[in-house]
Design a protein around this ligand. Structure first.
Ligand SMILES: Cc1cc2nc3c(=O)[nH]c(=O)nc-3n(C[C@H](O)[C@H](O)[C@H](O)COP(=O)(O)OP(=O)(O)OC[C@H]3O[C@@H](n4cnc5c(N)ncnc54)[C@H](O)[C@@H]3O)c2cc1C
Length: 440
């Protein structure tokens, strides 16, 4: 475990949250400032390993084995000249410039680390978002969220358990899966699970036949993918219907129970597996955190330089509310996406030395590179934004390639292109030689 006592000579940059934004920032700042001993860069995260969040629907469906794709924070810190501190942020004292990390317990509930204070000169909050169930009755107790790897693995285990039980009973059974919220997470999960199900039957778990699995996507709005353009939404909707996913529009869920969901219109959808993916908010502890200014969904308001109203505290990614400039001159709220967190991390890396020195820096400008929705290996739809071309719709092989390249780019920043290329080869070999689905 690295030393926690403050390094008096060097400015201490503490980043909380090692996800799509925070881990990129820690890695790049480690290489830029940590390696040259210009600053101590410290990353804190609740987890010991990182999985890129947009892959969680694949973990849930079993098409991705998280043990093959995880990044260990300690190893990453060692290689990239930053320090890793495991722990969950629970408090912030702006006067003393310290954060509080909660005590850490192992899976048996045994305390491993005591609660600790960590001092900072500059703090970057990158703790992401969690599912917002808007307090819907039963949602906490009877639906699965897809915020963490553990939750995705829980969905996968629960789904497999239905198959194992059906197999042991010797009887043919049906399985209902309901997903509340047809945003990117819900749509991608529905498609990924749909494509995983025939593989289970092929592996001999055939008491639940693919035709006896019903996947229902429930959306309160008048169309799916409300954050994306009409054409992408229409294409995705058509594809979902084609593969047999039932899409219910204009249906608000009023209650989740142990055997299904009920909508405000009185409709009941029976389901053994229930997922809530209808909205996001920053974690609740961010609300009123040390008097910092909040916007909707507990997010922290940041200015054009990703600073909160405390000049020593920055925020980025899903937990930040940034009404940023765009190339067109108009301002827009940066959407909660992996690409936004990545762009903000890159911007902050570039300008951190000047921000620390109090030098002027250009404002962060949000650039939308388009959106892609993976409907599993079979189909990806979306659009890309180009300087000259404007918004271009993409589909098929090109869209799939672009979608996969988003993750490979994330890996390339973390590991470099040589290792990323090796990972690509490794993944191809695993795909050719291993089972198509994780079965445990
Ligand atoms: C299934 C799914 C599919 C998605 N698909 C896409 C997609 O295709 N394209 C896209 O652009 N976006 C997608 N997203 C959204 C994208 O994942 C997020 O916008 C992005 O990960 C946000 O990055 P972030 O760095 O803000 O937070 P995250 O990547 O969520 O990282 C937050 C980190 O903070 C840590 N943390 C949280 N609380 C604490 C605490 N109190 N103390 C210490 N550490 C803490 C977490 O462990 C985590 O490591 C998807 C999301 C999901 C769930």
């Amino acid at each position: 475990m690295p030393e926690t006592t403050p390094d008096v000579q060097l400015p201490r940059i503490v980043i909380v949250g090692g996800g799509a934004g925070g881990l990129v920032l820690a890695t790049l700042l480690g290489r830029k400032l940590g390696k040259k001993k210009l600053a101590s860069v410290i990353l804190a995260d609740t987890q010991l390993t990182h999985i890129w969040k947009p892959l969680l629907h694949e973990v849930a469906a079993g098409s991705l084995n998280p043990y093959e794709d995880e990044l260990n924070y300690f190893a990453q810190a060692h290689r990239n000249h930053f320090e890793f501190q495991p722990g969950t942020l629970t408090g912030l004292d702006r006067e003393r410039k310290v954060i509080l990390l909660d005590d850490m317990k192992d899976t048996d509930g045994e305390k491993v680390l005591d609660a600790r204070e960590l001092s900072y000169d500059y703090l970057v909050l990158a703790v992401g978002s969690v599912t917002n169930d808007f307090g819907t009755t039963g949602a906490q107790d009877f639906s699965i969220h897809l915020d963490t790897r553990q939750q995705a693995e829980y969905f996968h285990r629960t789904m497999l358990n239905h198959y194992y039980r059906a197999e042991a009973s010797g009887k043919t059974e049906a399985l209902g899966i309901v997903i509340v919220g047809a945003g990117a997470t819900g749509v991608e999960l529905a498609a990924e699970v749909h494509h995983a199900i025939p593989v289970l039957a092929r592996y001999g778990l055939d008491r639940i036949q693919p035709a006896d699995v019903t996947i229902t996507l429930v959306e309160s709005g008048s169309r799916i993918l409300s954050g994306l353009d009409d054409r992408t939404a229409a294409e995705a909707h058509k594809e979902l219907e084609k593969i047999g996913v039932q899409v219910l529009l204009n249906e608000s869920v009023s209650e989740v129970s142990a055997d299904g969901i009920t909508t405000k219109s009185g409709r009941f959808v029976s389901a053994q597996l229930r997922v809530w993916s209808a909205g996001v908010k920053a974690p609740d502890f961010m609300k009123g955190l040390a008097g910092l200014h909040n916007e909707r969904g507990n997010t922290l308001v940041v200015d054009d330089f990703l600073r909160t109203d405390d000049p020593y505290i920055f925020a980025l990614g899903d937990c930040a509310y940034c009404n940023a400039q765009t190339a067109s001159g108009k301002r827009r709220a940066v959407p909660p996406r992996a690409q936004s967190a990545f762009l903000q991390a890159k911007w902050l890396t570039k300008h951190f030395p000047d921000l620390m020195a109090g030098n002027p820096v250009p404002a962060f400008e949000y650039r939308d590179y388009g959106s892609l929705i993976s409907l599993s290996e079979a189909r990806t739809v979306g659009n890309l934004m180009g300087n000259l071309t404007g918004r271009v719709n993409v589909d098929g092989y090109i869209a799939r390639l672009m979608y996969v390249s988003l993750y490979r780019r994330h890996q390339a920043v973390l590991y470099g292109w040589t290792r990323t290329f090796i990972f690509v080869l490794r993944d191809l070999l695993i795909r050719k030689s291993g089972p198509r689905l994780k079965m445990h």
